[in-house]
Design a binder for this molecule. Structure first.
Ligand code: NZQ
Ligand code: ZN
Length: 389
């Protein structure tokens, strides 16, 4: 296990009927006016918007709205948010939605105090040192953005989907009421599940040795995500399954698994971001395609961990590590298929020609990966595996 510092400053409020606490939490931070940021309107159909407004009014918090954040949030919406936030002298941001809304809110929060172009934080030219206080009401469990300092934004013109990270971007308070997720289409629930599993795998397979506690937590999270997703496919309003999936997804990327690790591999995420940047598909779908391809590519370098994965997650134990590793990967892919995810680039309409576009896009983030360092040639090979899957 590596040395580490674990510090997560986000206050997390979890459970039924907790959305009405948001106004009071904002007030307790001495904030009187916020930018209310949300997406395409799902919060108006499921009652979340109404609950949030009621709580703001009860606590005399004023708000201005910027809505219409799209999945794979765009830089242009961030600019709009920064402008509105500055013009109205808001003192904080309230993001109500999923990872896309929260990530967009984080970019606005950082951009508020930065005189340059906030894209600089994503292209590595600027490190966010100051940001508006951020509050979130989460409506889809997937990214962990409600309890981490990461933000991923797409610059439309160049199709660059890049990330930034800063301790200033951790939300002050996040509320997770799992009942707010009863309205999720099953497809979105499944996207979230795949994302959470992928975050765990980024750490699990990053090559750090002697991390028994992290490995056991990781395996517990993956098993719980699979178990809860299975339940939700049959019964989308099962509260306990929603709650277990939600907390698992938060724990998958709130720093807990990072402690003592190499920091995670993250090549699969970088490769996926190019896929969702070019094809505008959901991040979870892209990961269902890319992660198994990456696993296939690196499997032989880390057979003992793959063997363990197969045994702990899918009860596969033939006594032969290579066979078990293969079977584990095959069963994971089969499970993704069964829950309705694509597992090949072909399934999202990509042609062989698109592979070069993907390589060109992803290579901008290379070298990538910890378990195996990937450069252009390796990146191309993984996209080919993903294409032929
Ligand atoms: O636009 P709205 O109306 O909000 O609808 C959303 C959206 O269409 C809908 N939805 C959300 N909650 C709902 C609901 N529909 C009905 N009922 C509800 N309760 O679901 C759709 C997807 O929402 P989105 O926010 O895009 O999903 P997710 O949370 O998966 O976020 C994905 C984005 O986060 C990035 C991804 O790359 C992608 O851009 N990531 C962010 C990370 C982070 N900040 O740490 C890490 C991740 O690895 C990831 O890269
Ligand atoms: Zn992810």
């Amino acid at each position: 296990m590596k040395n580490f510092v674990f510090h997560n400053p986000t206050k997390l409020i979890f459970g039924k009927e907790t959305i009405n606490e948001i106004g009071d939490e904002i007030k307790k931070c001495g904030i009187k006016k916020v930018l209310l940021h949300y997406g395409g309107g799902s919060i108006k159909n499921n009652g979340v918007y109404e609950k949030v407004l009621k709580s703001l009014k009860e606590n005399n918090i004023e708000w201005v709205e910027v809505s219409g954040v799209k999945p794979n949030p765009r830089l242009s919406k961030v600019y709009e948010g920064i402008e509105v936030a500055k013009k109205n002298n808001v003192e904080g941001i309230l993001a109500v939605g999923g990872g896309s809304v929260i990530d967009s809110a984080k970019a606005i929060a950082g951009g508020f105090y930065y005189d340059g172009d906030i894209w600089d934080a994503y292209s590595g030219k600027y490190f966010i040192k100051k940001a508006l206080p951020l509050f979130t009401v989460l409506t889809i469990s997937a990214t962990g953005s409600e309890m981490n300092g990461n933000s991923v934004i797409t610059k439309e013109e160049t199709k660059q989907k890049w990330a930034t990270s800063s301790k200033e971007l951790y939300p002050k308070v996040s509320i997770i009421d799992p009942t707010a997720q009863f309205s999720l289409p099953l497809k979105q629930t499944v996207n979230g599940a795949v994302d959470a599993i992928s975050h765990v795998m980024e750490y699990y397979f990053d090559g750090t040795k002697d991390t028994e506690i992290q490995d056991q937590i990781a395996e517990g999270i993956i098993r719980t995500v699979i178990f809860s997703t299975e339940k939700l496919l049959k019964d989308p309003k099962n509260y306990e399954a929603r709650a277990n999936l939600a907390w698992s997804a938060t724990l998958a990327l709130n720093g807990l698994l990072r402690a003592g690790s190499n920091g995670g591999d993250w090549a699969s995420h970088a490769l996926e971001h190019s896929v969702s940047a070019l094809f505008d598909i959901a991040h979870g779908e892209g990961l269902a395609i890319i992660f198994p391809a990456w696993l296939e590519y690196v499997k032989n370098e880390y057979i003992e961990k793959f063997d363990r994965f197969a045994k702990e997650i899918f009860n596969i134990d033939t006594g032969n590590s290579a066979i078990d590793a293969d079977l584990g990967l095959r069963v994971l892919k089969e499970w993704y298929k069964r829950i309705g995810q694509p597992v090949s680039l072909k399934e999202i309409g990509a042609t062989e020609k698109d592979i070069e576009r993907l390589v060109e896009n992803a290579v901008q983030s290379s070298p990538m990966g910890k378990l195996k360092k990937l450069e252009e040639e390796e990146i191309r090979e993984i996209y080919y595996i993903a294409f032929n899957n």
